[in-house]
Design a protein around this ligand. Structure first.
Ligand SMILES: [Zn+2]
Length: 534
């Protein structure tokens, strides 16, 4: 018999308990840390295995607090257009994929940023016809609100000259009345999806994609993800798949499943139910849309669309009822709120729930991009957690002023102000909106500028935080928001032995190099679940 199962030694284990604190070695028994200390002390323990980390820096495993695992699986089946800079490049990359597709399948690309295209506009049907004339082609923007399709796809969807969209503006026409191939919002679900079919059509294809996806997470240094179902996905189908993966030992990371479905009422499930690998999280609610599509609810009009104040999805009474009801059924709520008008409604609903509920509850606000004056003061008095995506800064540095003007842009994603007020702020990617790599977000939170870009433009540098604070967002704070602070988030005796071995010390490198951090090993419950080839 050994004292412990495994010892990992000769590392620089940043515990994340205190800034600057580190240990040289850890010991693991039954999946948890039983020792954190020096190499010398570790040498006195007998272990089944002893692993030398070669002096590399180690952090607690990262948690992504807001992402969409299944949607990211689907996005990976499409051509990644996040970094293309011209319409020619779109055509080229999609053509290459086209050669590998089976007959009848649509050629699909996703992740397009209009502001990254040198043409400054979307490609039209004729440009997409260069990819294929016989095969339907679909390209969507990173935010999923605008779609571009070729002539074949228009024909299959029944969109032609004289077509009357259900709402004005959902389909673009040229001066001759012909559809240009640019369509928006509900046209996708109503007209395209039925003729296109799901991108992962069978149970097996979904499961295979999910298997690859969870491995990608482990590779990126994530040991836990808090994932949200999409509107279309059946939450129960995926629940079976996660369970099967776990039984087949193909689930390297921990997953927390959050859903918009009223699970508490329908199946009696409550937040926290599950095991150490698969757990039920919060009930998701929406309060507004997105800033990119000008549907985030604002107190003042959009600078680039006068008269538009965005969209609120519920009225105050409904929101109060939803929040309070979920709470009473034992479900934590996380509420999507981007604009200041949406945040106003959500804060009011939480104040109301807190007044009516005796027990201590935690409420999560997702995105929290544009608080107005007074919101931080009010949130300070509430058990509120803010799940933000610092990596969004890299898109908004240019676009923010355009949408809301310079004055309001100063207040965009004020992470430092939130933290100074004592609010718990966590980090996520909202994948597939952004890449799952947490180090991109950590760098953005520290520098408030675009990782890897030479010309240094930034947004709200007063809101920069330290590397320690930024790492905390993805470790200790992330554990807290999923009610797991006793089990995860720091390298401490008693917690799950979840950690990542890095190829550079992120506390020592210049902040603009943080995004280059690579993962040598990912360890979950004391076991190496990913190891980079030498
Ligand atoms: Zn999201």
């Amino acid at each position: 018999m050994h004292d412990v199962d495994k010892i990992y030694r000769n590392g620089k284990f940043y515990t994340m308990e205190k800034e600057g604190e580190f240990a040289e070695a850890v010991a693991v028994r039954d999946g948890r840390f039983v020792f954190v200390g020096s190499d010398e002390e570790a040498a006195r323990l007998t272990a089944g295995e002893s692993i030398d980390l070669g002096g590399e820096a180690v952090l607690p495993g990262m948690t992504d607090t807001h992402m969409h695992l299944v949607m990211d699986c689907e996005a990976r089946q499409r051509v990644d257009l996040r970094y293309v800079s011209s319409i020619d490049e779109i055509v080229e990359q999609m053509k290459e994929k086209d050669r590998m597709l089976e007959e009848g399948r649509w050629a699909q690309g996703t992740g397009l940023h209009i502001e990254r295209l040198k043409e400054g506009r979307f490609p039209d049907r004729y440009e997409l016809d260069r990819i294929s004339k016989d095969r339907p082609v679909l390209v969507q923007t990173y935010c999923g609100h605008t779609f571009m399709i070729n002539s074949k796809a228009l024909e299959l969807a029944g969109i032609r000259k004289g077509f009357l969209p259900p709402v004005d503006g959902l389909v673009d026409f040229d001066e001759k009345g012909e559809p240009t191939g640019i369509v928006r919002e509900g046209i996708y679900n109503d007209l395209l999806l039925p003729v296109m079919g799901p991108i992962l059509p069978t149970y097996e294809s979904k499961k295979q994609a999910l298997t690859e996806e969870v491995m990608e997470c482990a590779k990126a240094g994530l040991t836990c993800v808090s994932t949200y179902t999409s509107y279309s996905g059946d939450p129960l189908e995926y629940l079976h798949q996660y369970k099967e993966l776990e039984e087949e030992r193909k689930l390297p990371i921990r997953v927390i499943l959050n859903s918009s479905a009223p699970l508490a009422r329908t199946i009696g499930a409550v937040t926290g139910i599950g095991n150490d690998k698969i757990m039920l999280g919060a009930k998701k609610l929406f309060s507004d849309g997105s800033l990119s599509s000008r549907s985030a609810a604002l107190l003042e009009e959009y600078q680039d669309e006068p008269g538009n104040y965005g969209v609120l999805i519920h009225d105050q009474e409904e929101m109060n009822r939803e929040v309070q009801e979920a709470y009473q059924y034992g479900m934590e709520v996380s509420i999507h709120a981007i604009g200041d008008r949406a945040m106003e409604m959500v804060i009011t609903a939480i104040e109301n729930a807190v007044r009516h509920c005796k027990e201590k509850q935690r409420f999560r606000i997702i995105h929290a991009m544009l608080p107005s004056k007074g919101h931080i003061e009010r949130m300070k008095k509430l058990p509120v957690i803010l799940d933000v995506q610092p990596v969004f800064l890299r898109n908004w540095i240019d676009l923010c002023e355009e949408r809301i003007g310079r004055e309001r842009a100063k207040n965009f994603l004020p992470i430092r102000s939130y933290m100074d007020a004592g609010l718990i702020v966590t980090g996520g990617s909202d994948a597939p909106v952004e890449e799952i790599n947490p180090f991109l977000g950590i760098e953005c939170a520290v520098t408030r500028s675009v990782p890897g870009k030479k010309e240094k433009k930034s947004l709200g540098v007063e809101e920069s935080i330290s590397v320690f604070q930024a790492v905390s967002m993805f470790t200790r704070n992330a554990a807290y928001c999923t009610r797991q602070e006793k089990n995860r988030g720091t390298i401490s005796v008693g917690k799950y032995a979840d950690f990542i071995v890095l190829d550079q010390d992120i506390f020592a490198v210049p902040s603009e190099d943080i995004h280059k951090t690579g993962i040598r090993k990912t360890v979950v419950g004391g076991n190496i679940v990913y190891e980079r080839e030498k």
